[in-house]
Design a protein around this ligand. Structure first.
Ligand SMILES: [Zn+2]
Length: 257
């Protein structure tokens, strides 16, 4: 029996299974990661995406942000086999929650593509969602697509139609704290999990990287599923290396008939 088959057995026996995902989940969907050699931070200047720049020069921030958005989602982006495998596990009642560092919304897209009456996982987006904007004054959230069109036709910076405050991408910018309530939900899932899967994340960015350690400390069985070794790999019960778009469908096939 290989590691995936053994892990599948543990998932079938578990009461609560939680997946935590990072950029490696979405690279097969054509979304570049941030930190590898070919990552976005080698093509864009990280300094231009700090919250303080958004505050001091929102027009210039948004002009750069639109270019970054195009680099991330310019292709025809959709869920890949790894997203679908997790959505299918959730639909069959074998996965309770997905905590993600990604802002691409692809877990929700994959879950929405499942049959209407099947179970839906709770999705915790730690770093927000790039397909939404939020008013920096009143907190009103709206769909980003019409706002991008307004920017393209010259509205810089885009403003809230309710209060005239400046709109911000609904993502956690550099220099911004993670939302306390969102982080609390993520930690609660990590503490309650019997099985905690860390998938496609280098597990280097805090506080997200501490979640598998929290799960481990509270007695969960942990697995790292990633192309490369992570700082948590030596601690994990299972350390499975490879392409998540191969490994997750294999895992799902071992669990769901
Ligand atoms: Zn507003």
């Amino acid at each position: 029996m290989n590691d995936i088959a053994r892990l599948a057995e543990r998932i079938r026996d578990a009461e609560s299974v939680v997946a935590f995902t990072g950029a490696g989940m979405s690279t097969a969907s054509g979304i570049p990661d941030f930190r590898s050699d070919s990552g976005l931070w080698n093509r864009f200047d990280q300094e231009e995406f700090y919250y303080r720049r958004f505050r001091s020069d929102p027009a210039a921030f948004w002009a750069d942000r639109l270019e970054l958005y195009e680099a991330m989602f310019g292709g025809d982006v959709g869920p890949n086999a790894a997203h679908r495998a997790l959505a299918e596990l959730a639909a069959s009642g074998q996965l309770d929650a997905i905590i993600t560092q990604n802002t691409d919304g692809l877990h929700a897209d994959a879950s929405n593509a499942q049959r209407g009456d099947s179970a839906v996982p709770e999705i915790v987006e730690l770093h927000g969602n790039a397909h939404r904007v939020v008013c920096d004054e009143c907190g009103r959230e709206t769909d980003a697509a019409p706002v991008r069109r307004r920017i393209e036709s010259g509205e810089l910076p885009p403003r809230c139609t309710d209060c005239d405050g400046v709109l911000k991408p609904d993502v956690v910018l550099f220099g911004e704290r993670l939302d306390e309530g969102t982080l609390h939900r993520a930690r609660r899932h990590a503490r309650r999990a019997d099985v905690f899967l860390a998938i496609g994340s280098s597990l280097t960015v805090e506080p997200a990287a501490s979640l598998p350690r929290t799960a481990d400390r509270e007695g969960a069985m942990t697995a790292v599923i990633n192309f490369d070794e992570t700082p948590f790999s030596p601690t994990a019960t299972f350390d499975v290396r490879g392409d998540v778009t191969d490994l997750l469908p294999e895992l799902r096939a071992n669990i769901v008939e």
